[in-house]
Design a protein around this ligand. Structure first.
Ligand code: PRX
Length: 637
């Protein structure tokens, strides 16, 4: 039943934690705590909410299930995530501790102490207020990997507004759709972003997107590249001009929020063309991410932590911006791509900044692995203590390379399985859990995950099944923005009788209860760890005047995990060829973004469909991979 590639084998080596790691772990008795939490998950989260988070007013209930699946956590609690992430540190001894070290692609280094970051956030919060942003409004943020991106997020949250960050790699239509769906009156962007020595014209893309979504009234532009941009009088403002006004004072009251008020929307791909805006809320989310970061990456006061994702994805939201700041951590952030401008750029940075924790994706590891271990060997990586992986199953070769050449067989690898929807880690080891390469090991304390058959019966050991979560957790997305029905239909309908959350993934559990993720069961393709819906790419293709119909599938790729193979039926009279294939790939790039560009565009006369007209992508995939077609009884033709 799995539609993924077999990346993993259930029979594999076990890497027990070293005595040293166990002796120094924040939570050495984690497995016992986890065991206790199985009976009462809410009690585990209640304890974490009290231990790690400050509340303006205490909550009166940990979990409210009265309107399932619209669960509520910590109801009655008053809170603001920026209080926990910044205010409390900026007024404590941590004020002079570094919160963020940022390095630009060309090697410029900029540091922010907690006090400095707090002041910058306060100033920008005041700027947003002066632009008319109020509690509950949405602000769309579309920027490159610069410190002003987290600053804009934190400033929005500080005043009780809801941010919607759109990854800077998306193009016009993707941005326009997301702005329109969130109904943002204010957009924050950059003139451009540096990417591999070239600039990406973010402001031009924003202009085009804003012209397609007339709700936007104000655009704030952070100057990063200094390239020429068109500024529309009355609509567009330079960040630096606004920040120099008296209104941008470095003091700003933090808005008191209810635990269940909205914190951010993050769009992610699903089975239909329209992206889903998942809503995360103020209270439960921060409890979940702070607890998981502390336990899993074993965060200590003296750590230098590097989550090498982009702040524009959930990994960045939870584990670059919010959780590290809540724990008072020093984070490192690099503007550029891995291996740019030279193969050992990352390894050089680990040495230079004495990074102790590195959290990245298998695709990045594979791309750096290709250059050879000698690039890593040139550097002193002895500061590293813990490694992490996220986004797709890590293949055993990449795991071993990472473990041997980067971690020097000293650093455990935290393979964290989770989703935009889950807010934080769900299936993951901690440093005291024995590891098996390619397995995310066990559900985190307080998380009740399982692998089941279609009828809900738990699978046998090593049997593929549906990965479900059987009990609510605090970081869960609360709804799809503006479409609660879609939230129910997408996540809670498959196992409605049992009241379980279906992840969309297939997985298996081995005889030790370890989880092995196989891949997506729906029409989602993971390209370099980025999540794309087939429908998004298909609708971009059919928006081209020559294309009548399109279907996309993911095909396994050594470097990227998967690449997109597109099938197109052309309009009558149009002839397919290399030029048109190239034009269509470029068209997808412009409409959706470079990550969505199909690797192959194939012209066909028809597509396999069910009698009800649904494209059977499974058959296309089997054909491309030369596998048996399986059940074709629903095929129309
Ligand atoms: O298929 C799983 C895969 O990524 C999906 C979630 O994608 P997204 O919402 O973009 O979030 C990615 C970062 C949290 C999952 O349904 N996935 C994520 N982490 C892993 C993984 N697959 C295997 N192993 C992982 N560690």
């Amino acid at each position: 039943m799995s539609n993924g590639t077999e990346h993993v084998s259930a029979k594999s080596e076990v890497f027990p934690p070293s005595d040293d790691v166990v002796a120094h772990a924040n939570v050495p008795d984690y497995l016992a705590i986890r065991q206790a939490a199985l009976d009462d998950p809410a009690a585990f989260w209640d304890a974490r909410a009290k231990e790690l988070i400050d509340w303006y007013e205490p909550y009166n209930e940990v979990l409210n299930t009265s309107n399932a699946p619209f669960y509520k956590w910590f109801t009655g609690g008053k809170i603001n995530i920026v209080h926990n992430a910044l205010d409390r540190h900026a007024t404590s001894w941590r004020r002079n501790k570094l919160a963020l070290i940022w390095e630009s692609e060309d090697g410029e280094e900029v540091t922010y102490s907690y006090l400095k970051l707090w002041r910058r956030v306060n100033r920008f919060a005041n700027v947003l207020k002066s632009m008319g942003v109020k509690k509950g409004d949405t602000v769309t943020i579309y920027m490159g990997r610069v410190p002003q991106l987290p600053i804009a997020m934190l400033a929005t949250a500080k005043i009780g507004a809801i941010h919607s960050v759109v990854y800077g790699g998306f193009s016009e239509q993707a941005l326009a759709d997301r702005i329109a769906d969130a109904k943002s009156k204010v957009v924050v962007t950059c003139d451009g972003a540096w990417l591999r020595g070239k600039t990406v014209n973010l402001k031009d893309i924003t202009d085009e997107a804003v012209s397609r979504s007339p709700v936007v009234q104000k655009v704030i532009v952070y100057q990063r590249t200094g390239q020429d941009v068109k500024m529309v009088p009355g609509r567009d403002f330079w960040w630096h001009d606004l920040e120099s006004l008296p209104i941008a004072s470095p003091y700003c009251e933090t808005e008191v929020m209810d635990a269940e008020d909205g914190l951010f929307i993050l769009y992610t791909s699903g089975t239909t063309g329209k992206p889903k805006g998942l809503l995360h809320t103020c209270g439960g989310y921060q409890v979940h991410i702070a607890a998981t970061l502390k336990y899993v990456f074993d965060i200590k006061e003296e750590d230098r932590y590097w989550c090498a994702a982009d702040p524009g994805w959930i990994t960045g939201h939870s584990y670059i911006v919010y959780a590290p700041l809540i724990l008072g951590t020093t984070s490192f952030m690099y503007e550029g791509a891995p291996g740019y401008p030279y193969p050992d750029r990352w390894w050089e940075q680990i040495e230079k900044y004495a990074i102790s924790i590195l959290y990245t994706a298998p695709t990045a590891i594979r791309s750096l692995m290709r250059f050879g271990a000698e690039w890593a060997d040139r550097h002193d990586l002895s500061s590293l203590r813990i490694l992490g992986s996220v986004g797709e199953p890590i293949n055993p070769e990449a795991w071993r390379w990472y473990y041997t050449h980067i971690g020097h067989e000293r650093c455990p690898i935290m393979d964290t399985w989770w989703q935009t929807e889950t807010g934080g880690f769900m299936i993951t080891p901690t440093p005291v859990v024995p590891l098996k390469p390619g397995s995310g090991t066990l559900p985190f304390a307080g998380i009740q995950a399982d692998v089941v058959r279609e009828d809900g019966v738990p699978c046998d050991a090593n049997e593929d099944g549906y990965l479900v979560v059987k009990y609510p957790w605090p970081g869960m997305a609360r709804t799809v923005w503006g479409d609660p029905q879609r939230y129910e239909d997408t996540y809670w309908a498959d196992f409605a009788d049992q009241g379980w959350y279906f992840t969309g993934d297939s997985a298996r559990r081995d005889e030790d209860g370890y989880f092995w993720i196989i891949g997506r069961m729906d029409d989602v393709i993971k390209v370099s760890g980025y999540r794309l819906g087939t429908a998004e790419v298909e609708s971009a293709l059919v928006s081209h005047p020559d294309v009548a119909e399109a279907a996309c599938i993911g095909v396994p790729d050594e470097l990227k995990g998967n690449v997109i193979h597109a099938f197109c039926i052309l309009n009558a009279g149009v002839q397919g060829g290399d030029d048109l294939a190239a034009a269509l790939r470029q068209h997808v790039r412009t409409e959706v973004g470079p990550i969505a560009m199909p690797a192959v565009v194939e012209f066909v006369d028809s597509l396999p469909k069910t009698r009800s007209g649904k494209i059977m992508r499974r058959l296309l995939k089997a054909q491309v991979l030369g596998k048996p077609l399986g059940d074709t009884s629903t095929l129309e033709d």
